[in-house]
Design a protein. Structure first.
Length: 279
């Protein structure tokens, strides 16, 4: 397939919304051009998550993400994909102040990246922001349950849905996000039975991460999923590959060959012999 980053050939937010209750929606995060190229044939949705601040930029939390950072990574992922619905996260500080601020930031993200939708964290408290962005004609993915942008306020990464009060709040959040016009909602770090009930309670697709197999789709952070995460890997992650070892092994063999002058070999240098100087 020829890569055409225009929106026409892509899965869009409406396509995702229609997948409620159907074949599970396959989502992964992506932050770069090469990873987007590798993932695009396999997924329905690529999220340019604000987790990029931690995963690629080494910040302690997602609060290190800026609008400029999200736009730059969004552009790279759009260039590297042709089929997936690309959703760009709205970073902390770009939408909470007012619905007008949210609409302005969302417009900027969509205009500068060409992505299909934006995502923001919050339920009842962010319903007005979601509605304002949707009114602009920009699809919004919600994000409830554990909200990484609030971990400092919450005193850490706390699993949601353990108490009756919290379960009731989660239902109010899910309803608020749906009623505000979101096309889907991420449920993160939430007790399995509660995430399943939320999925059956609302009419938009739920995308689980540390949630339930009953969710309408699943998402993982790409670096976690391929075993690239060097620090603690959360319980909900399944590592489908061990790229830490692959990269460490390649680096060790390269270092040994450089030190012994085995690299570069005649195959990897330019000579004057005819036909040998092509890159
Ligand atoms: O930023 C992110 O990667 C996310 C996913 C974990 C859903 O929000």
């Amino acid at each position: 397939m020829t890569r055409d980053p225009s929106a026409d050939n892509r899965i869009n937010a409406e396509d995702i919304r229609r997948r409620k209750g159907g074949v599970p929606i396959v989502c992964l995060t992506a932050y770069t051009y090469p990873i987007a190229r590798l993932l695009d044939p396999h997924v329905d949705l690529l999220l340019v998550g604000d987790s990029v601040a931690m995963v690629l930029h080494g910040h302690a939390t997602t609060l290190g993400a800026s609008l400029e950072m999200m736009i730059a990574h969004g552009q790279a992922v759009m260039r590297g994909s042709a089929k997936a619905c690309v959703v760009v996260d709205m970073p902390a500080g770009s939408y909470e102040t007012s619905p007008a601020q949210a609409a302005t930031s969302a417009r900027r993200i969509v205009e500068e990246t060409g992505c299909q939708a934006v995502k923001l964290e919050g339920g009842v408290d962010m319903a007005a922001q979601i509605a304002a962005i949707v009114t602009e004609g920009i699809p919004v993915m919600g994000h409830i349950g554990l909200q990484p942008q609030s971990v400092e306020k919450d005193g850490g990464y706390k699993i949601k849905g353990r108490t009756q009060d919290n379960i009731a709040a989660l239902f109010r959040d899910a309803e608020a996000v749906e009623n505000a016009g979101a096309f889907s909602v991420v449920i993160e770090g939430t007790m399995e039975a509660v995430a399943a009930k939320l999925t059956h309670h609302i009419s938009i697709p739920t995308i689980g991460i540390g949630a339930s197999a009953d969710c309408d789709g699943q998402i993982l952070v790409i670096d976690d999923m391929v075993g690239m995460t060097v620090d603690r890997v959360p319980k909900f992650v399944k590592e489908y590959a061990d790229l830490r070892s692959v990269i460490a092994d390649a680096a060790a063999r390269y270092a040994a060959e450089v030190r012994s002058r085995a690299f570069p070999s005649p195959d990897h240098v330019f000579t004057t012999a005819a036909g040998k100087d092509e890159t």
